[in-house]
Design a protein around this ligand. Structure first.
Ligand SMILES: Cc1ncc(COP(=O)(O)O)c(C=O)c1O
Length: 397
């Protein structure tokens, strides 16, 4: 069969592929420690599950309006106001089938063939393929560990062209754990707004912040930035609801309406039951979010102590999200059993085979020096896994 050029030009999600491989090894009896997971290891809070059960019992099992139920949209509006000081009206928000779907729809609604989208690297794995699937061209702009992997103004200026349509900003970041402060974000955002570049602000990890940091929503920076920003968020990471598939966006009504048109011809609406659960997540008690954050911060401290004990490895200290992104560059060129470790893919394969540790090669995020370790796993697993990594690294020469 001749498949489309579009689909042939992308790869399947490497993070989901790694998790599938780790699951398969585990099913064969290998005691894998999986640092690949992109999701909280906590159960969805009981009040949220109860709201879904009630929805089923109430027969809330039919199609809903395409952009989400009015009640959930109102909960989204209230959330933006409560947490971010952002004012959105009903025609400026919509609910999608997970945060991934929100960014996919935006690319489909925005891009014509050859339009450019700036993607600072390291990036979330799905941004470049989403741009490509919409006919656009991802312009990858590298950042540096010493800058906290945050985009620098001079690099942004160089990357902009007359074809630049949008830019992805992801804070807190997957995979680096970097969180833009207001001072870091403001000049970048104001520059983009002045140039008429749409800022796609992916705030999926918003509440997972360490060392008492506060969060700056891009759209809240100024009225001009607000006009040029579409804010993406969701319940997946904040409320341990990855399987429920609910994300949402807020931004220019014209763009939201265009996304809704595509949703109406593709997925219709997100699952009715999951929408009721998300409504409870956003409207209900928020204490659980802080409790999960405390666990993530403790684990961040633990994994950073253990990474510090790995000879030759450097690591930016995550400021939020639940990922550490250490550089193993010092090990490239070393060998085990005659086989040379040439980059992050080889090292991740080696760790899987020799240490029974699954972690995602940095090349998938556009930074081959590093490997991504999710610390959304238990303290015991973090300790055991990092001890295995240390032993495996010592065998390389
Ligand atoms: C940066 C970032 N944005 C968006 C998403 C999508 O989340 P969802 O599971 O709601 O589709 C993820 C999930 O890994 C992510 O890491």
């Amino acid at each position: 069969m001749q498949l489309s050029r579009r689909v042939m030009s992308i790869q399947p999600s490497p993070t989901l592929a790694l998790n599938a491989k780790a699951d398969a090894m585990r099913a064969q009896g290998v005691d894998i420690i999986n640092f690949g997971a992109g999701q909280p290891d906590f159960p969805t809070p009981a009040n949220i599950c109860q709201a879904a059960i009630k929805a089923i019992n109430d027969g809330f099992t039919r199609y809903t309006p395409v952009p989400g139920t009015p009640e959930l949209k109102q909960a989204v509006i209230n959330k933006f106001k409560r947490d971010n000081g952002l004012e959105y009206s009903m025609d400026q928000v919509m609910v999608n089938v997970g945060g991934k779907h929100s960014s996919y729809l935006i690319m489909q609604a925005l891009l014509d063939d050859g339009d450019e989208v700036i993607v600072p690297a390291p990036y979330w794995v799905s941004y470049p393929p989403m741009v490509i699937l919409a006919g656009g061209k991802p312009i990858i702009v590298p950042t540096r560990e010493q800058d906290g992997f945050k985009l620098q103004m001079a690099d942004l200026e160089k990357a902009v062209s007359p074809k630049t349509k949008a830019i992805f900003i992801n804070s807190p970041s997957n995979p680096t754990g970097g969180v833009y402060s207001e001072a870091e974000l403001r000049p970048l955002a104001e520059f983009c707004a002045a140039k008429g570049i749409l800022i796609v602000s992916d705030e999926m990890y918003e509440p997972i912040l360490f060392d008492g940091r506060s969060f700056t929503a891009t759209a809240a920076l100024s009225p001009a930035v607000y006009e040029h920003t579409i804010t993406l968020n969701g319940v997946s990471k904040a409320y341990a609801m990855t399987g429920w598939r609910i994300g949402y966006m807020g931004g220019p009504a014209e763009l939201v309406k265009a996304c809704s048109k595509i949703q109406s011809q593709s997925t219709s609406n997100p699952t009715s039951i999951a929408q009721k659960a998300a409504e409870e997540a956003l409207n209900g008690p928020q204490e659980i979010v802080g409790e999960m954050n405390q666990s993530f911060e403790r684990r961040r401290n633990l994994i950073m102590d253990l990474i510090a004990g790995l000879p030759g490895v450097t690591c930016f200290r995550p400021e939020g999200s639940f990922y550490a992104f250490p550089s193993f560059h010092a090990y490239y060129g070393k060998k085990f059993g005659g086989k040379e470790i040439k980059g992050s893919q080889d090292l991740a394969d080696y760790l899987l085979d020799q240490a029974a540790v699954a972690a995602v090669p940095g090349i998938a995020f556009g930074e081959d020096a590093c490997i991504r370790f999710s610390f959304a796993i238990s303290d015991e697993q973090i300790e055991k896994g990092m001890a295995s990594v240390k032993a495996a690294l010592a065998k390389l020469s």
